[in-house]
Design a binder for this molecule. Structure first.
Ligand code: UDP
Ligand code: MG
Length: 309
């Protein structure tokens, strides 16, 4: 008999906890057929509503349901990590609480594991129901990311993923504090099968990602999985040095030939402002990497547990 751990990060998902449970176990014949036992791990990421109570109610009825709840909101990445740590199964699947990751895909995903794949990942091919401006920036982000990072990050990839123990252990071995999960999956590699499906809209509740939050998250992804911005800063520095050198020569020669009437201070101010701006910009890039390094060096725990059963 095989154990499948289902990990569900929840942040203010009281309306979805039970629906998810019902939906997951609707089609139990598949689990029985394949002789799969299921453990359902809800990770309550510091919800301010009754998410934990809802899970406790389910746990009282069904001992396959478990909960880890955090002392505050640590973010979905931390919740995923906690879930992977708690999971005992030789197979693990990550799913959203809002039923955007349809459990009906599980049999197909399992089929590929049987064929010998180490993990089965999903990507949505449409972004139906999403503001167009958001889709546009998302596309840009993936294009940029794949150009500047060696790690493959797939456009439209969801965190909905079925993994074998081998992959889970590899992810657990990555104990970094700044966890950009999409990058981590790509980084560990292994034989991955990609399934595509149409975007499903959230059943109840609201998305936890504002545009601004997503923007900051994308910056985090870039910093965590690429050092190209640092190279850009260095190249810009070299370019301005070269430019300055050429201008010095030009000005010396010009002064020798034409003398030195005082003029051109407005253009000088522009140049000073411009170069000053570039310097601050580059300093900012370095600062971003430094701040991430600072957080890593502190070696703080990725999450803190309030309740665990
Ligand atoms: N989530 C979480 N912590 C957070 C934000 C979100 O655990 O700080 C969970 C959330 O409860 C949901 C999943 O991550 O199960 C995906 O979130 P959401 O549906 O809001 O994102 P979207 O599908 O819009 O990208
Ligand atoms: Mg969602």
């Amino acid at each position: 008999m095989k154990l499948l751990s289902v990990i569900v990060p929840c942040y203010n998902e009281e309306e979805n906890v039970r629906d998810f449970y019902d939906e997951l176990f609707r089609n139990t014949s598949f689990f029985q057929q394949k002789d799969i036992q299921v453990e359902l791990l809800y990770i309550d990421d510091g919800s301010k509503d009754r998410t934990a109570e809802e899970v406790a109610k389910l746990h009282a009825q069904d001992e396959r349901v478990h909960l880890v709840s955090f002392s505050r909101n640590f973010g979905k990445e931390a919740a995923i990590y906690a879930g992977l740590q708690k999971a005992k199964g030789e197979l693990v699947v990550l799913m959203d609480a809002d039923l955007q990751d349809p459990p009906s895909l599980l049999p197909e995903m399992y089929g590929y594991i049987e064929q010998g794949y180490d993990s089965v990942a999903t990507r949505r091919v449409t972004r139906k129901g999403e503001p167009p401006i958001r889709s546009f920036f998302a596309r840009m982000f993936y294009r940029l990311m794949n150009r500047i990072s060696k790690t493959e990050i797939v456009d439209g990839a969801r965190d909905y993923r079925l993994m074998t123990r081998k992959v889970v252990d590899a992810i657990l071995a990555m104990t970094e504090y700044n966890r950009f999960t999409k990058g981590i999956f790509g980084w560990v590699g292994y034989e991955t099968k990609w399934l595509e499906y149409e975007n499903v809209e959230r059943k109840k509740g609201e998305t936890k990602w504002s545009f601004w939050k997503l923007f900051l998250y994308s910056l985090e992804g870039i910093i965590a999985f690429s050092t190209v911005p640092l190279t850009i800063a260095a190249v810009m520095g070299a370019f301005f040095c070269a430019l300055a050198f050429v201008m010095i020569v030009v000005i010396i020669v010009r002064t020798l030939i034409f003398g030195d009437p005082t003029s051109g201070w407005p253009s000088l101010v522009c140049i000073i402002l411009f170069v000053g701006g570039v310097q601050l910009f580059c300093l900012g890039i370095v600062g971003q990497y430094l701040s991430k390094t600072y957080m890593e060096v502190k070696n703080r725990p990725i999450y803190l547990v309030r309740e665990d059963f």
